[in-house]
Write a protein that binds this ligand. Structure first.
Ligand code: NAD
Length: 360
């Protein structure tokens, strides 16, 4: 049966990088003998231009009817684009929040991987970079501080603001289950990050994670306090495999983890719900400054497509093949502008896609 993939090409460099990811998926399908049925979904700025809103019911239904969605990125230049003269709920980014909600995407995955060939771009100490690292942060995406009750009040001339951090056991459990399932496909280690020395929500987080761990005796679970984790990511990132954490801690740690890889054009991501469905997209935005120039790095999007094969379709061999092809192309010295270094061959978006598809 054909893999049903919804495709949101989006805005800016989105269509350019998604085209290359589809090229690589098609090459993988031809090699491994499977079929893909793509459905185009209009979302973001291009949907505002066509339908007057960033996310239509039709787009939501098409996404829901797909096994997985591959997305470029949405949005434009906030200073110059007319999309940003609209009220916030009508802007391109509202489409993104809307689709995450409609699809109940509660877990966000961000791999942090340092390629041998790109070690020079790593801002960590040379001996740390030399060891390399390859871990994934799984961030709970729909609960915690960002979704709790909040208010700002003034009492007796004193202004006071309150945000609440609440988690229910089922929210923690479903995120933990995802983390353990992912660890099973990797090096079988989960580091659950919390602040259990202070916060009740973290103590529950720890308890529920330990309950879930009982169903995964082949996976090692360790706990780490978030302040220590922030240090360990720069001191010894090689120790991590899957880092599981709540929404706000994950927000901060995933940016730290992205930074140490040295290039936004190489960073994939996925958002998952409790079925096999996932929305797969590069971590970067629509890069309006380089859109239409044919120079964007398509690798983050191609890696996102590989994650889709691995986590939605359980096609690990095919995902390995794509990741290996990317390594080969980097080893041969081909680079897009954002990761260019001396002695390498500079190529554009399309050529990079061609090279990766050819090396499969
Ligand atoms: P950005 O990630 O688009 O760009 C930041 C810098 O990184 C730019 O210099 C850009 O050229 C570069 N860059 C990003 N991706 C690249 C790639 N694949 N290859 C080479 N260089 C790349 O962030 P921004 O400028 O803050 O945001 C631009 C727009 O994207 C905004 O409208 C923002 O809201 C949107 N955005 C969308 C998403 C999403 O769709 N999930 C995520 C982040 C930002």
């Amino acid at each position: 049966m054909a893999l049903k993939i919804g495709v949101i090409a989006g805005d800016g460099i989105g269509p350019e990088v998604v085209r290359e990811a589809q090229k690589v998926l098609d090459a993988s399908a031809a090699k491994h003998g499977f079929e893909i049925d793509y459905t185009e979904i209009c979302m973001g700025g291009c949907s505002i231009d066509r339908f007057g809103e960033p996310l239509t019911e039709e787009a939501k239904n098409k996404a829901k009817a797909s096994d997985a969605v591959l997305m470029g990125s949405i949005g434009g230049n906030a200073a110059t684009s007319p999309w940003y003269r609209l009220p916030p709920q009508k802007r391109p980014e509202a489409g993104l929040l809307g689709i995450r909600k409609a699809l109940n995407l509660f877990a966000n995955l961000r791999p942090s991987l340092l390629y041998e060939e790109l070690k020079g771009a790593c801002p960590l100490r040379a001996d740390t970079a030399e060891k390399g690292f390859d871990f994934i942060i799984l961030r709970e995406l729909t609960g915690g501080l960002y979704f709790g009750e909040r208010q700002t009040i003034e009492e007796n001339g004193i202004r006071k603001a309150v945000d609440t951090l609440a988690y229910s056991d089922f929210e923690i459990r479903r995120a933990a289950v995802k983390a353990f399932e992912i660890a099973r496909k990797r090096r079988k280690k989960v580091t659950s990050v919390d602040k259990a020395n202070v916060l009740d929500s973290s103590r529950l987080w720890r308890k529920v994670t330990e309950e879930v761990a009982k169903d995964y005796p082949d996976v090692v679970l360790e706990h780490m306090l978030v302040d220590n984790c922030a240090m360990q990511i720069v001191k010894d990132p090689a120790q991590f495999d899957v880092v599981l954490t709540e929404n706000m801690f994950g927000d901060i740690l995933s940016d730290e983890a992205a930074m140490i890889t040295g290039s936004i054009g190489m960073l994939s991501s996925a958002s998952l719900n409790d079925t096999k469905f996932g929305l797969y997209e590069p971590s970067g935005g629509s890069a309006p400054d380089i859109a239409g120039k044919g120079i964007a790095n398509p690798i983050a999007t191609i890696l996102s497509a590989a994650m889709m094969l691995r986590f939605t379709f359980d096609r690990d061999a095919e995902a390995d093949g794509i990741e290996e092809a990317i390594r080969k192309v980097l080893k041969e010295g081909y680079r897009t502008g954002d990761i260019m270094s001396e002695g390498c061959t500079k190529v554009g978006t399309e050529k990079m896609g061609d090279l990766i598809a050819e090396r499969l």
